[in-house]
Design a protein around this ligand. Sequence first.
Ligand code: MLC
Ligand code: AMP
Length: 481
Amino acid sequence: MNQLFPALADPTDGPALQFPDGALTYRELAALASDLGAQVAGRSRIAVWATPTLAAATGITAGLLAGVPVVPVNPKAGERELAHIVANSAPEVVLTAPGLALPAGIAGLPRLEVDVSARPEPLPLPDEPPADAPALVVYTSGTTGPPKGAVLSRGAVAADLDALAEAWAWTGADRLAHALPIFHVHGLVLGTLGPLRRGGSLHHLGAIDGATLAAAVAGGATMVFGVPTHYHRLAADFEADPEAGRTVGGARLLISGSAALTAVDHARIEKATGIAVRERYGLTETLILTAARADEQPEVGTVGRPLANTEVRLAPLPAVEGEQPDEGLGAVEVRGPQLFSGYLDLPEASAASRTDDGWFRTGDIGRWTDTGLLALVGRQATDLIKSGGYKIGAGEIENALLEHPAVAEVAVVGVPDPDLGEKIVAHVVPAGEAPGTDETLARELVDHVAALLSPHKRPREVRFVESLPRNAMGKVQKKLL
Ligand code: MLC
Ligand code: AMP
């Protein structure tokens, strides 16, 4: 019996995965993934070119069935990011959908194409590695430098999905709909491995809008996952098409995460669908930590209760000169079986991520409500931006911009934005030319970042300035921008 995916060890003809490029039953997925798994078994690590496709999801499943650690790669990763991920994770092979042209940074790897139309004979599954063996390496941004690979064990993935199943009464009868990328925790661990672990099904919509989601719910979807940007856009769609909102109201649960959903968007979605959105909170490194439960009315502005076997504490915040400490607020620190094993090949960063007594420092600031729910009020690092649910380090973008000859100095900040939560704004002191509003140069800088890094890391706005505000020590004062 496979411990991670029992439903693939004893497959039925029930639906497993549906993506825009096709669908597979458990029996078909088990046969395909066991056949592919046999081809990658024994490799130290494999990469999957994680397009939102059945082929990529099947490739990831195959690696996990074969006990091989999988590195899901953002197919829009820029050249700098891709080179780093490939060098750091050293995959032995890359699995892709057929016929894709891969960029130079990864095209040199041996390649295995996943043909989801093949119907191979199912092979016996290999012995499963222990629970502490790595399942996934997921790259996540820090405040500076290139992304770090968070190593997530098989046991961490299983523990988190089971705790979420308890909180949400999530079973094999559920059909999940979403349009999340499958190279991050939200769309991959929760959104793809979650349904497979439960023996339920996933309907990946490719892209989400009110009509598409309504059709998915009418077609049997019982749960919806999304980032706040998805719900913000859905709210507008439902206001224009109230019937779509009412249809989506036929779902059992609407769940939001990866960033805070505003009270306004909570109210708009509830008005349109009759369902109060439930939020859950976690990080790439910790998987999901807290959630609004299915059997409780959610409280807007909170991210619910700690999951089973999960401990959350609030540690004193460092004192700020001239500011009164707020007694109720603290730095969120956590412990639990779902935490990552460390950052790949970064022992110092891994050690620094935990306190002396072994709790993981999330970097988030929170408080408890009287009802025992966690409310998040901010982040400790101002150099981390959450845009569209993606975590983005200001330093990585600043480094990319500084490589452009027209940039003398730069400071990147996140600015509140109703659609993206925060949008990336670059304040640039141009090299040579006087400051102005040169739209051509601004576009060139945006494209420069989008090519080196992922397009979601590109500044949405470039502001040319004569100088950056600095303190007496010469440090840029981002709060003044
Ligand atoms: C625009 N594009 C460019 C470009 N300008 N490409 C190259 N160069 C340029 N200069 C293209 C993009 O490639 C993309 O193409 C399109 O324009 C829009 O890109 P975008 O930046 O992604 O914007 P948008 O479509 O508005 O995205 C919104 C979104 C997305 C919500 C769909 O941000 C998203 O999927 N967010 C989910 C993030 C997530 O899953 N986070 C979870 C992290 S885990 P194309 O082809 O795409 O249209 C975590 C833990 C937890 O946080 O708690 O869950
Ligand atoms: P990532 O590193 O991309 O996994 O992002 C993790 C961060 O997302 C957390 O540290 C939080 O700041 C944020 N986050 C995730 N879920 C929520 C939520 N429901 N509300 C507010 N912030 C969230």
